[in-house]
Design a protein around this ligand. Structure first.
Ligand SMILES: O=C(CO)[C@@H](O)[C@H](O)COP(=O)(O)O
Length: 226
């Protein structure tokens, strides 16, 4: 099942309400929220208050990506603020297994994220307990960067691994995904697509419909209903 998860990091924060309503009206089910602490990544973005406010007004699935050091300190608060999926970076966790368990205990789905230079081997002993693997396809910290081509083989290898082990984990890709790179990542096996600039810069509805059309084409190829 393909999902587009528009990243509000690419939105106009002054018009956030209007833009999230457009995302919902265009038929999206997910919304990607990037939390940055100025330590794990150079930039600082948003946190629990924004998620709580958005939660009050939307039923979109809130896909919260924590780009923060020692995320275990804040899992309960993010779950309480309304996150449906909480994704932590393997590079930022001292006890990754414990943190993933904590996310589940808090009632959220658990994701693990890998930077472009981090090996898939780091997933070896947690792949059975994650709902999603987020592969960064740029170095995290900023929207509007270019897709790193070496990530394509990584997506493919992860898809093969998940399928061969019979797991159900989604593969989300994040960074530099636009109408030039979407086919590459779908061909490689990604099924959850984060897009910031390619959704929010310009006509949001039109951009979302274009992504959905791509998904429909892939579903037709696979003989599935979109
Ligand atoms: O996590 C990040 C950046 O660190 C992403 O979610 C970006 O927000 C994606 O932006 P685009 O590359 O699509 O503009």
């Amino acid at each position: 099942m393909y999902q587009l998860s528009p990243s509000i990091l690419g939105a106009d924060f002054y018009n956030l309400e209007k833009q999230i309503m457009q995302v919902e009206k265009a038929g999206c089910k997910w919304l990607h929220v990037d939390v940055m602490d100025g330590m794990f990544v150079p930039s600082i973005s948003m946190g629990m208050p924004v998620i709580s406010s958005v939660r009050e007004h939307t039923s979109l699935f809130l896909d919260v990506h924590l780009m923060i050091e020692k995320p275990e300190r804040y899992i309960k608060e993010f779950a309480k603020s309304g996150a449906d999926m909480i994704t932590v970076h393997t590079e930022a966790c001292t006890h990754l297994d414990r943190t993933l368990t904590l996310i589940h205990e808090c009632g959220a789905k658990a994701g693990v994220a890998l930077n472009p230079a981090t090996s898939l081997d780091t997933l070896e002993y947690v792949l059975d307990k994650v709902d999603m693997v987020l592969l960064m396809t740029v170095n995290p910290g900023f929207g509007g960067q270019r897709y790193i081509p070496s990530c394509t083989s990584k997506i493919r290898r992860l898809r093969e691994k998940i399928n061969s082990l019979g797991y159900q984990a989604d593969i989300e890709v994040d960074g530099g995904i636009n109408f030039d790179t979407i086919n590459t990542v779908l061909d490689a096996g990604a099924n959850v697509i984060v897009a910031g600039s390619a959704v929010f810069h310009g006509d949001i509805t039109d951009h979302i419909h274009k992504f959905q059309e791509q998904f429909a084409q892939y579903n037709r190829k696979a003989g599935k209903k979109s």
